[in-house]
Design a protein around this ligand. Structure first.
Ligand code: FRU
Length: 487
């Protein structure tokens, strides 16, 4: 298909039922569909939106383009859950159907207000000349999931000095006031985050630029999120075009965070900000969104996919997925990310693989599992997964515990993807024992290092019979669980 601009922006109603049914049939044939990660029925998924807890359930939406593996006319697709692991599909709840969002309902956030869920999002509008206008918009979702958009924008224009690359509002309730932070670009093309304040949700006052760094953040910042993790302010964001001297990265755009000592609301300042770190050290995570759950936890979920890249499932008319839900904690002044406690409920009967089994090889019936092991100090070796019976190819997780280095190489897979951004990613930790917790789900892996000190995730595209894993080296405390599919 030739995805021309008119075709990508064709109204949803003009796609026939037969067309969508044919797509669905094609997607259903895919060997790369996830068992326990959120994925689109058909077409493309990108950013998580509106991740929240409302009316006794968890909610998440995602940026959806259901008609092909491309970035077209975007809407919000809604899912809900009782346990953060089994997500029920509700369907599209916010569509491009007003003059304020005619060319896409872009990313945003959700906040429970009274007995409704407030949704804040960006309306993307293009004129005849294809110039962009960004509106920050509001809507309310009821307990029966009906959504009513507000008639007038929350913020109709970017302030003087900023372009219409102005999007992805996150609304939080902090010290008895609403705050909204928005990704922005100055007219001289510098990436910024703007901070607004409101008592009513409908009238917003600009506080100014969120002050969180003196470094060059490139030409645009997308998807900013301010969380309070065990009381510590954490800003998660996606700088585009950031110089690599600020923080080295290999992905087309990084998904980064800083922590701070405090949030000064009068001046919109994050005091004593840390240096930038990666929210994920791997190949494919972007647009991570978090919120404060009523149980006190800071939870996040990310898009596993990147803007502008292509993946093998594009041929099958679906693209990308969402990560597992992560729980954030501060330990010794560092951010830790672990899979949400609920994730253990995916485990089926534990397998009793020994070190010897792993050193030989283990062939699983399906590539959906969790593996934990401890790598002893002063060792080198490699764990290989998604390999064939002959132990050729696969995803290679190499370790050197003398140096404290983990290197993940997807250049030995049958399908090598996006090699122009490098086939390896590395994470350096302290020398000594290293603990790994690896989740594999058909065409995605998420590797938690040292109980959440870092996470390294990515897409892989093994062939159907590439289900062998093996270890060249030593490990202790091996635990393996096949994981069930999402209900
Ligand atoms: C990030 C992003 C957001 C935007 C959305 C559109 O991936 O570009 O800035 O709101 O995707 O789908």
């Amino acid at each position: 298909k030739n995805w021309t601009t008119p075709l990508r922006y064709q109204p949803y109603g003009q796609w026939s039922k037969e067309y969508v049914a044919a797509l669905q049939q094609q997607v259903d044939q895919s060997i790369w569909r996830f068992h326990y990660h959120i994925q689109p029925d058909t077409g493309l998924l990108n950013d998580p939106n509106g991740f929240s807890y409302f009316n006794g359930q968890w909610h998440v939406f995602y940026q959806a383009y259901p008609f092909g593996p491309v970035h077209g006319l975007k809407s919000w697709y809604h899912l809900y859950s009782d346990n953060l692991i089994d997500w029920k599909k509700d369907g599209i709840r916010l569509e491009a159907d007003t003059p304020y969002d005619s060319h896409g309902v872009y990313s945003g956030s959700a906040l429970p207000v009274g007995d409704q869920l407030f949704l804040a999002y960006t309306g993307n509008v293009r004129n005849e000349q294809w110039d962009r206008h960004a509106y920050q918009l509001g809507a309310m979702m009821d307990t029966d999931f009906t959504v009513k958009k507000w008639d007038t924008p929350l913020i109709p224009d970017p302030p003087q000095g900023y372009t219409h690359h102005f999007r992805d509002p996150q609304v939080i309730w902090y010290q008895d006031t609403y705050y909204m932070i928005i990704g922005a670009q100055t007219t001289d093309e510098k990436g910024k985050v703007l901070c607004y304040q409101s008592d009513t949700l409908s009238d917003w006052t600009l506080l100014g630029e969120l002050d969180f760094t003196s470094e060059d953040m490139g030409y645009m910042i997308e998807c900013p999120n301010l969380l309070f993790v065990d009381g510590t302010p954490v800003l998660i964001f996606c700088p585009q075009g950031m110089p690599k001297e600020v923080r080295s990265y290999q992905n087309i755009y990084p998904n980064t965070y800083i922590t701070a000592e405090s949030f000064d609301t009068t001046t919109a300042t994050l005091r004593s900000p840390s240096a930038l770190s990666h929210i994920d050290e791997g190949f494919d995570v972007y647009a991570t969104q978090g919120f404060q759950a009523p149980d006190g936890r800071a939870l996040t979920i990310g898009w596993i996919g990147l803007p502008e890249l292509t993946y093998p499932t594009d041929q099958e008319n679906w693209a990308h997925g969402l990560s597992l839900v992560r729980e954030l904690h501060m330990k010794q002044n560092r951010l830790y990310q672990v899979p949400a406690a609920e994730t253990t409920a995916l485990r089926q009967q534990q397998s009793t693989y020994t070190l010897e089994d792993l050193q030989d090889k283990v062939t699983v019936s399906t590539n959906s599992y969790e593996l934990q092991l401890t790598l002893p100090a002063e060792q080198t070796g490699e764990l290989v997964i998604a390999s064939d019976l002959d132990k050729n190819n696969g995803l290679v997780i190499a370790y050197d515990t003398t140096r404290g280095m983990i290197t993940v190489d997807r250049g030995q897979m049958s399908h090598v993807i996006n090699a122009e951004y490098g086939t390896t990613r590395q994470y350096q930790t302290n020398p000594g024992e290293i603990h790994l917790q690896l989740f594999v789900d058909q065409s995605v892996f998420e590797l938690f290092i040292n109980h959440g000190e870092a996470v390294l995730s990515g897409r892989i595209f093994p062939l159907e019979d590439q289900r062998t894993l093996f270890l060249n080296g030593l490990a202790q405390d091996i635990a393996f669980w096949p994981l069930r599919s999402m209900n």
